[in-house]
Ligand binder design. Structure first.
Ligand SMILES: Cc1ncc(COP(=O)(O)O)c(C=O)c1O
Length: 442
């Protein structure tokens, strides 16, 4: 390490310590709640992604795209509940649908009309989901899709990609697989079609599915190239595996998801997040012959139970959200706004000569402390995590809420004025910290 780098490293650590001290002083109620929670939940946590040291913020309320924490600070919500909060915190149409569902009564121990209505609306948008079923989360949807694939093919192996995230028990980041379900996974580098081809050569006859996100979402908003994704379609056909497209995050990139943008026809698709209008949901569906195996009228039917699969709040909120709020123009606008935000952030970083970038597509993006092109998880190796951490705490002080890992997902109420607000806050942080941020390579 040269003297300059050593000095920057020292001062980066010092700046981070100071920022964390200020954070702690500003948020005593959050810290107290966290301590109380830790008495009964490990680390006070019941959802891993939300934890960051020294303690995570506790939010008290939200409206539109604004949040207020328990210590009384206000934030612009640039995180959007990791994409599930597409409608914002208080959409009046969804609110009315939930109220009406409550008026009709909860837990009716039966089918209700809402579930078929929501299923029809989803199929209208995603025609490749000829038949579909509901679950409670994206994780469940992927588990069921893999069950359908292994049962249909009679094979055990599943190709997945380094850095991918398909749910709490389907996680393929570095060193995080010990809670994964015990499928026989074949892990391949993302966007590396030659590696996928090689894996098919070695495992093809045993592959039940190729499970892929059209963009690595949690893995850093790294888009799959069209050649890669179409290439996987061809490889799946070649070896008789099913192509399972996990659009839990990317479904919002157009009214028919990224599959519509790319003209890609998966065998199975999984959805989740905002499709429940802010309530918990997962959806899996695909070619009729595959999902028909779950038809309870069949002698060889596969089971798929779940007390809350068709819960009336999710069905009502989801249907209202899709039919009355998330029109094609509304979705296009939020994605265009995301493009503009990303372009402006990247222009700012280039102009200030700092090695930062915002990667992603449409209304989804992640901040990275690197200016190298990002195509796969390995491209993120060696980046100093403290840079993003410092930016996170600095933005919090300026009233911007994003994921600790730099992830952002815009919501419908997040308008042009909010884009300006976020860019201004980022410019302020970059200017204040310029000497601590990595410089560009050229
Ligand atoms: C691509 C992808 N698949 C699956 C999931 C899991 O969804 P859930 O958190 O609803 O289980 C996520 C969650 O972030 C996701 O991003």
């Amino acid at each position: 390490m040269d003297t300059m780098t050593a000095l920057t490293t020292l001062s980066l650590g010092g700046a981070l310590d100071t920022a964390i001290r200020r954070y702690r002083a500003a948020n005593p109620i959050s810290e107290g709640l966290q301590a109380r929670a830790a008495e009964v939940m490990p680390g006070g946590n019941t959802r891993s992604v939300l934890f960051y040291p020294p303690f995570p913020l506790y939010m008290a309320s939200g409206a539109g795209c604004r949040l207020r924490d328990v210590d009384g600070h206000d934030y612009l919500d640039a995180l959007g509940e990791f994409t599930a909060g597409l409608f914002g915190h208080s959409d009046p149409v969804i609110r009315r649908a939930i109220d009406a569902a409550l008026d009709r009564g909860l837990n009716l121990s039966s089918h209700t009309p809402g579930e078929a209505a929501l299923a029809h609306e989803i199929r209208r948008r995603f025609p490749a989901m000829e038949l579909l079923r509901f679950a409670n989360s994206g994780t469940e949807a992927n588990l069921l899709a893999l069950a359908a694939a292994t049962t249909h093919t009679g094979r055990r192996k599943v190709m997945v990609f380094e850095g991918a995230y398909h749910g709490g028990v389907l996680t393929f980041g570095a060193g995080s697989a010990s809670v994964n379900v015990p499928h026989e996974f074949v892990r391949v580098a993302y966007n590396d079609l030659a590696a996928a081809r090689d894996a098919v050569r070695r495992h093809g006859p045993e592959l039940a599915a190729i499970l892929v996100e059209p963009m690595l979402g949690s893995g850093g908003c790294i888009p799959g190239t069209p050649e890669f994704l179409h290439g996987l379609r061809a490889l799946a056909d070649e070896c008789g595996a099913l192509l399972v497209l996990d659009e839990v995050m990317t479904s919002r990139l157009s009214i028919g998801g990224r599959q519509a943008l790319l003209g890609l026809a998966p065998d199975l698709t999984t959805l989740g997040k905002y499709f429940g209008g802010g309530m918990s949901i997962g959806v899996f569906g695909g070619r009729a012959e595959l999902i028909a195996r779950f038809d309870p009228r069949r002698a060889d039917a596969l089971g798929h139970a779940g007390t809350f699969n068709n819960n009336v709040l999710t069905m009502a909120a989801g249907l209202a959200g899709l039919t009355d709020v998330l029109t094609e123009p509304a979705l296009t606008a939020v994605n265009q706004r995301g493009e503009r935000l990303r372009e402006r952030l990247n222009a700012l970083f280039a102009e200030r000569c700092v090695a930062l970038q915002a990667s992603g597509l449409g209304s989804l993006m992640t901040l990275h402390a690197s200016d190298r092109p990002l195509r796969c998880a390995a491209d993120l190796a060696g980046i100093d995590p403290r840079v993003k951490e410092l930016i996170f705490f600095d933005l919090l002080e300026r009233g911007i809420w994003m994921a600790r890992r730099g992830f952002m997902a815009l919501s419908l109420p997040f308008g042009d004025a909010q884009v300006d607000e976020l860019v201004a806050a980022m410019a302020d942080v970059v200017d204040a910290r310029r000497e601590l941020l990595p410089g560009r390579r050229s």
